[in-house]
Design a protein around this ligand. Structure first.
Ligand code: AVI
Length: 365
């Protein structure tokens, strides 16, 4: 194969083009090929993700009743809005978990470090990491030997979090990863050189329906070894007014969070949603503990997806189911643990009994 020839001097000192190539040229060519391959791979991955996104939303919007998946809320803008939600006083979940970590961090540490002082912490859906920082600071102060692996769907979130943690805890080893929980399951599985403690905080589990939550926990269980632990946050059933206020905030962040998915479809799929034509509403069913978010169409309208040759018609008052935030009781938590192969080691409550962080181990019998 002829690869760009190099110039060689002949006996007359005249330069002549030869077919030999130098080592540095080989490495330049290799890097160029590698770079082209990476670009191609990145583009293919992006196309695949966009196609998946398009398929999912078109399927949901063509169903009766219409629905969208809240897993698509978290583009960079959605993740920024969610950080604001977590800081609102009405969104009590953040304060509850903060209180549990602040007041009970020593007991949490003792149980994480039981049998082995060195363990690695893998956080699924790490977000801004403000709550986790309380635990990490404490663990570092106890001279625990550990690495922190935050995983989040948003690359921006992972890099901001890594920056913040490195500033706060310069001695902490951090190995951030971008991807969704299911994609990252393999990485978690391969991570077996030391005891691992998986963190799944913020009641993220509540955004799965019962079947999804079960299969997610079963997958986590399959990726865990005998001594590994799972530390998982659950929002508990409580007075419906408290719950509704957390999801119907006067600042309108939760509405913006939902409407941002329409914006995302306009941007990424060239749809033409007109955001003012939709309104957000939240419902809570005391019996089942399901809080549900909907967008309602304020008029009869048609939304176009020209790249996919599809139009979606919305009737006036028609709903689109956007997100479920399940609220639990201790019996439900025990059942979930048991059905997916775990055993509850201990539950950590906040003082108002609004929330619980439950520590699970792999059941051996
Ligand atoms: C991420 N997840 C636990 C939040 C929740 O409470 O269901 C998402 C959220 N949706 C609206 N506000 C917060």
């Amino acid at each position: 194969m002829y690869l760009n020839g190099c110039w060689k001097s002949n006996q007359n000192g005249r330069k002549k083009k030869s077919n030999c190539i130098t080592l540095s040229q080989i490495s330049v060519l290799f890097l160029r090929q590698k770079c082209l391959f990476n670009i191609k791979f990145y583009c293919m991955k992006k196309i695949r993700l966009t196609t998946r996104f398009a398929e999912d939303v078109l399927k949901g919007l063509s169903s009766t009743p219409k629905y969208l998946s809240s897993k698509y809320f978290y583009d960079d803008e959605g993740s920024r809005i969610f950080q604001k939600i977590m800081q609102m006083p009405e969104y009590y979940l953040t304060d509850c978990e903060l209180e549990i970590f602040q007041k009970q961090r020593q007991k949490i540490y003792e149980l994480f470090a039981l049998n082995s002082k060195s363990f690695d912490l893998i956080e699924l859906g790490a977000g801004d990491g403000i709550k986790t920082a309380i635990l990490l600071e404490h663990f570092v102060g106890q001279d625990a030997a550990f690495e922190y692996m935050p995983i989040d769907i948003s690359g921006e979130v992972v890099s901001k979090l890594t920056q913040m943690m490195s500033n706060r805890l310069p001695s902490l080893k951090i190995n951030g990863k971008t991807g969704d929980y299911f994609e990252m399951m393999d990485a978690i599985n391969r991570y077996d050189h030391c005891k691992k403690v998986l963190l799944f905080l913020g009641s993220n589990i509540g955004n799965f329906n019962e079947q999804e939550a079960h299969s997610f926990l079963v997958k986590l269980h399959a990726a865990m070894q005998k001594n590994d632990l799972l530390f998982i946050g659950f929002d508990l059933k409580k007075d419906s007014n408290v719950i509704l206020k957390a999801y119907n905030d006067p600042q309108g962040y939760t509405a913006a969070f939902n409407l941002n998915l329409l914006k995302r479809m306009n941007r990424e799929l060239r749809a033409d949603f007109y955001l003012d034509n939709f309104e957000h509403e939240e419902f809570y069913d005391v019996a089942t503990g399901r809080a549900e978010s909907y967008l309602f169409s304020l008029k009869k309208q048609m939304v176009n997806f020209p790249d996919f040759h599809r139009n979606i018609t919305f009737e006036k008052g028609e709903s689109v189911f956007m997100e479920m935030s399940q609220k639990y009781d201790l019996e439900m938590i025990n059942e979930m643990a048991k059905n997916s192969g775990f055993e509850v080691v201990r539950n950590f409550h906040d003082s108002r009994l609004y929330y619980v962080n439950s520590l699970w181990k792999v059941r051996t019998r």
